[in-house]
Write a protein that binds this ligand. Structure first.
Ligand code: NDP
Length: 493
């Protein structure tokens, strides 16, 4: 049965102003299973008005009251875990073991974390002099637009939404059109938790129309964006006309450095996890694996053997490790990178084709793919593929490893595998990225800041730093002098 979903504006479920709808496919079956309201710029305007109406009261509510509502959202997410996980698997193709065992619990955890850190938000008193009291207070930005991608759809929304809400902002979320359903479900749980109408709005429809209208709307004070670097650049240029601040979490081309003294078994496991988790559709995926020449042959042989064991298939099967990619055009794009790697001379040592099992014939499946003898200059080693395709290259010494790792326009994350932490830390300081893991990859958690440099964007999600993204600092100065005595009098009389 094809279900119909509406947008969520001002606490009401509404059709788009144009009355249209767009389909959502189940990538495991290539069948449409939902229709979602196509919003228009008119709906964006309605959402901005609803958010602006809600913002003053929501922003003035005690932090503790907002925090309690977020805790309630967290509880509701866990109570509805199986249903939300099944929805994510249906719209995205994420194996149920990931959506139920990892992604949805992480969403609940982040709402809980945001509630807990919000209450430690403070201002400062400033030592200007005895004649005054001078202080800073952090205030909500107002109405914020949150634009999110499809790769871990509800989690990417949660990171921004929970932080923006708890700091008192009224939010308008624009989820990716491929995966809007879990975001709509999250909005329903926010309402159920008592978050007032208008504080959470979800507009659905194309980024090229409603996304741009949200960025360009003068009533939206700030944009939080996660997505492709080219979209981020477009958003920056639209926002610049209004001098509107934007936070950008963009793409990555992350290197995994396996040094000469690495624990090989741990590094192979790390490469499987970092390279193929979520089909490699992770901004921090270990898509460039750089291995010291002394370990290269053994690493490659073990890595290929381990990758052969990955079960690709029906994402609703709890045994499945990799499901389909979320949409047909994305599979085409990944396949074009496989073709380019072959054409540029990389050696295909695993995959490169669609799997042939009966259960994978209808959906958008890809086999885990490994290229050896990769050169860092090859297109597939420079551009973000966002698929289950990994390139393995070799290096001679640590200096060359760092140079190769940094030789990319991106700067999101990297990992270093070594038994010598002093050596690892030395390399970590030289890597031009937002996060470095030693003997680990893709370990992202609430307490640590997340965000990149270079073409991977700027600003931080997660940690207490995210509270700064969604608040603005106001300085308040109080003159304590009695009578007309001012430090500047001598200059004016
Ligand atoms: P896109 O940039 O294509 O889309 C992201 C969001 O932006 C979608 O909601 C999209 O809407 C919207 N959008 C598209 N065009 C515009 C526009 N002109 N104006 C405003 N909004 C627009 O990214 P993907 O969804 O393909 O996501 C994958 C990307 O996200 C990868 O590059 C990945 O690295 C990055 N990412 C980064 C993370 C990080 O923390 N650094 C984390 C996760 C992903 P619509 O879907 O309707 O087109």
């Amino acid at each position: 049965m094809v279900e119909t979903y509406k947008a969520f504006i001002g606490g009401e479920w509404v059709d788009g102003a144009g009355g249209g709808a767009f389909p959502v496919y189940n990538p495991a079956t290539d069948e449409i299973f939902a229709q979602v309201a196509t919003c228009t710029p008119e709906d964006v305007d309605k959402a901005v008005k609803a958010a602006a109406a809600a913002a003053p009261a929501w922003g003035m509510m005690p932090m503790s009251a907002r925090a309690k509502m977020l805790l309630k959202v967290s509880q509701l997410i866990m109570q509805n875990l199986n249903e939300i996980a099944a929805l994510e698997t249906a719209e995205h193709g994420a194996p149920i073991r990931n959506s139920a065992g990892f992604q949805v619990p992480q969403i609940a955890d982040f709402f809980e974390y945001a509630a807990s850190i919000s209450r430690s938000l403070t201002g400062e008193t400033l030592p200007i002099g005895p004649w005054c009291t001078s202080m800073t207070v952090r205030e909500p930005v107002g109405v914020v637009g949150l634009i999110t991608p499809w790769n871990v759809p509800a989690l990417m929304v949660a990171w921004k939404l929970a932080a923006a809400l708890v700091t008192g902002n009224a939010c308008i979320v624009k989820p990716a059109s491929v995966t809007p359903l879990t975001t709509l479900r999250l909005a329903a749980l926010c309402k159920e938790a008592g978050i007032p109408d208008g504080a959470v709005n979800v507009i659905t429809g194309p980024g090229s129309t409603v996304g741009e209208a949200l960025v360009a709307h003068p009533g939206v004070a700030r944009i939080g964006f996660t997505g492709d670097t080219s979209t981020g650049k477009r958003i920056m240029s639209l926002a610049s006309g209004l001098a509107k601040p934007v936070g950008l979490e963009l793409g990555g081309k992350n290197a995994m450095l396996v040094l000469s003294d690495a624990d090989l078994e741990a590094a192979v496991e790390g490469a499987i996890w970092g390279g193929f988790f979520n089909n490699g559709q992770v901004c921090a995926a270990a898509s460039r694996i750089l291995v010291h020449e002394s370990l290269y042959d053994e690493f490659l042989q073990r890595f290929v053997e381990a990758a052969k064991q990955i079960r690709v298939g029906d994402p609703m099967n709890p045994e499945t490790v990799l499901g389909p990619v979320p949409f047909k055009e994305h599979r085409d794009k990944v396949e074009s990178y496989i073709a380019s790697a072959k054409a540029e001379g990389a050696k295909l040592v695993l995959g490169g084709e669609r799997p042939t099992t009966p259960e994978t014939q209808k959906g958008y499946y890809l086999a885990p793919t490994i290229f050896a003898d990769a050169q860092n200059s090859m297109t597939f080693m420079q551009e973000e593929i966002f698929g289950p395709v990994v390139g393995v290259a070799t290096f001679k010494d640590d200096a060359e490893a760092v140079a190769l790792a940094n030789d990319t326009s991106y700067g999101l994350s990297a990992s270093v595998w070594t038994k010598d932490f002093k050596r690892g830390l030395g390399l970590a300081r030289q890597l031009q990225v937002g996060t470095v893991w030693l003997n680990e990859h893709l370990m992202i958690f609430c307490e640590a800041p997340w965000g990149g440099c270079k073409a991977s964007g700027y600003g931080k999600d997660l940690s207490t730093m995210v509270l700064e993204e969604y608040t603005t600092v106001k300085h308040i100065y109080m003159d304590m002098n009695e009578g007309p005595v001012k430090p500047w009098y001598g200059l004016m009389k």
